[in-house]
Write a protein that binds this ligand. Structure first.
Ligand SMILES: Cc1cc2nc3c(=O)[nH]c(=O)nc-3n(C[C@H](O)[C@H](O)[C@H](O)COP(=O)(O)OP(=O)(O)OC[C@H]3O[C@@H](n4cnc5c(N)ncnc54)[C@H](O)[C@@H]3O)c2cc1C
Length: 244
């Protein structure tokens, strides 16, 4: 496998602190096949260190064959430089890769996302929806504020058409007006006990920052869930030594 050139189709702000980018392969008609939940390594030829890479999870599903879409939260210089790019310019991708994916049958998976950690989970859930899956899906999606909840209406519509699916939005900032369809606070053991049927859930998918995934793992372990039933994707910036 090697890095392949992609053309930027669109690059747009989505919510207050996130932008979306759509990429189309330069030399192929369709994007490579991938499993929902996988990610790509990205290189920006116009960045001051063009060989530096960052990883981004695909938010589209394999059904969308013309382009790949990513949602990106700008943190440091690399992601800020990416947001400066324009449609028609190039980006290089290596992948798809990663094991944060759903195997054939999951038996009522529970997804727990912190902030931008929703991206791979959105692809998996969207794909279950497209396949009219009979799995009972639960999503707990925690954000700092209502404004930073990504694709809220879209997620709500997926869950409304699947009455057995369960959706919990959580907002942690206390000075926020909390809409009726959101809960206030953080993910706690009490919340998990209330919202999840632990006996019927075989797999837990947890994605977000290092701190978020560590905290949720401890809560799940306290509920006696063994590590082999907890799948994690940690949105770590690359190890500094490797990026310089
Ligand atoms: C498998 C995988 C999938 C990923 N998918 C996505 C995705 O879909 N969308 C997305 O936006 N990001 C994703 N990330 C994170 C992304 O690869 C970058 O690490 C992140 O965007 C950092 O950007 P940067 O290089 O501009 O910041 P850097 O220059 O590396 O960091 C700048 C500053 O921000 C801090 N920082 C960076 N990232 C975080 C973080 N996650 N939480 C708290 N502080 C942080 C750093 O400690 C540093 O102080 C993923 C990471 C992995 C490993």
């Amino acid at each position: 496998m090697k890095f392949e050139e992609y053309e930027i189709l669109t690059i747009n702000p989505e919510i207050t602190d996130t932008f979306s980018i759509r990429l189309k392969p330069k030399s192929k008609k369709y994007v490579p096949t991938f499993r929902p939940g996988q990610f790509y390594h990205m290189k920006n030829p116009d960045y001051s260190k063009p060989n530096q890479t960052r990883q981004f999870s695909i938010v589209t599903t394999p059904k969308t064959r013309d382009y790949l879409e990513f949602y990106i939260k700008p943190y440091g210089p690399w992601t800020k430089a990416l947001f400066e790019k324009k449609p028609g310019e190039s980006i290089w991708l290596f992948g798809p890769m990663g094991e944060f994916t759903l195997k054939l049958k999951a038996n009522n998976p529970v997804f727990i996302a912190g902030g931008i950690g929703i991206t791979p989970i959105l692809s998996i859930i969207q794909s279950l929806h497209e396949k009219k899956s009979t799995e009972q899906v639960t999503l707990i999606y925690a954000n700092k504020s209502s404004q930073s909840t990504l694709r809220k209406k879209h997620i709500q519509s997926l869950f409304q058409t699947n009455p057995a699916w369960k959706l919990v939005f959580l907002v942690s900032q206390s000075d926020q007006f909390i809409p009726r369809d959101e809960h206030h606070g953080r993910i706690t053991q009490e919340l998990l006990n209330k919202e999840i049927n632990i006996k019927t859930t075989s797999l837990f998918f947890v994605c977000g920052s290092k701190r978020f995934t560590e905290n949720i793992t401890v809560l799940l372990q306290n509920l006696n869930i063994p590590d082999n039933r907890i799948k994690k994707e940690v949105f770590l910036p690359p190890y500094p030594g490797k990026t310089k």
